[in-house]
Design a binder for this molecule. Sequence first.
Ligand SMILES: [Zn+2]
Length: 336
Amino acid sequence: MIVFAFLTLALGPSVQADLVILQYHHVSDATPPSTSTSESLFEAQMEMLEDLELEVVPLLDGTQNALEEDAIRNSVALTFDDAYESVYSTAAPLLEARDYPYTVFVNTDAVGRPGYMTWNQLEELASREGVTLANHSTDHGHLARKPDEPEDQWQQRIEHSLDGAQKELQQRLGIDTPMFAYPYGEFDSALEDHLSDRGWYGYSQHSGPIGVYSSPTRLPRFPMANAYGQLGSLKNKLLSRAFPVDAGILPDGVIPSNPPILEFPLPERLSSDRLTCFASGMGRIEIETLEDGMIRVQAPEAFNSRRFRYNCTHPAGDGRFYWLSQPWLDLSQPED
Ligand SMILES: [Zn+2]
């Protein structure tokens, strides 16, 4: 028994590997800072991937491998939401020089508008080796069902937004990729069901890596805009490991009460003493261990924003961390 436990421990880190997805919008010094990564920071981030000898993989392959436990070491996928012009003019040449594959999530109604790529540019990108285009909805709407929205009206809106964009990418570019990035990272479990029905992966923007514990319709990505993508914290993100809790049992992101409660079981090999949890804008928050061994986390006061999250980490050995992120959505707050 002791030998078995030792072997499991020794083999643990090498048999499970995770995918870290970086999420970008603009790569530019001239666009809004909250959604932009400066060109120099972007180059430094790519340099760090190389220094850490991390393989940059296509998003679809990487996702499948991480979910199925086929990966043998951490890898990274690069994604760009909204198909902004700066991705075509600035990021694409830098990525091509490094032979890094990447994915652009396209909200189809915006294509050709000022600041966005044109259909010709997208067609050109799509023809390049290693570039994948995927669905980011037609209208970039807030797609979780609104509190006062009738069920049938919501269904129609979702079908238009999901299937309309998929169809347009198919008709214009011959692309039919089973991947969807939620606008604003907002989703509820009914929207997740729509993705499951279509056999699509759903990518959000709460942080954390993807591993065997992840749920295919609520896949995390690390936002990389200037405020979040600084090099000091990037290494921990790139080497992070998926928290060993089945994401399927985590609560729906739409909050029933404010501040919301997160409960999850802590695997026996982890210790609540070494678990650290944070809430958006509030720093570190208290952890409670319940009698049945469940962990209970609740921020000390109500949030006053539409989207926020709880992040929990636990040392995973070799200076690495298990990383759990729970996104929350308060539908009573105004849409942005
Ligand atoms: Zn977007």
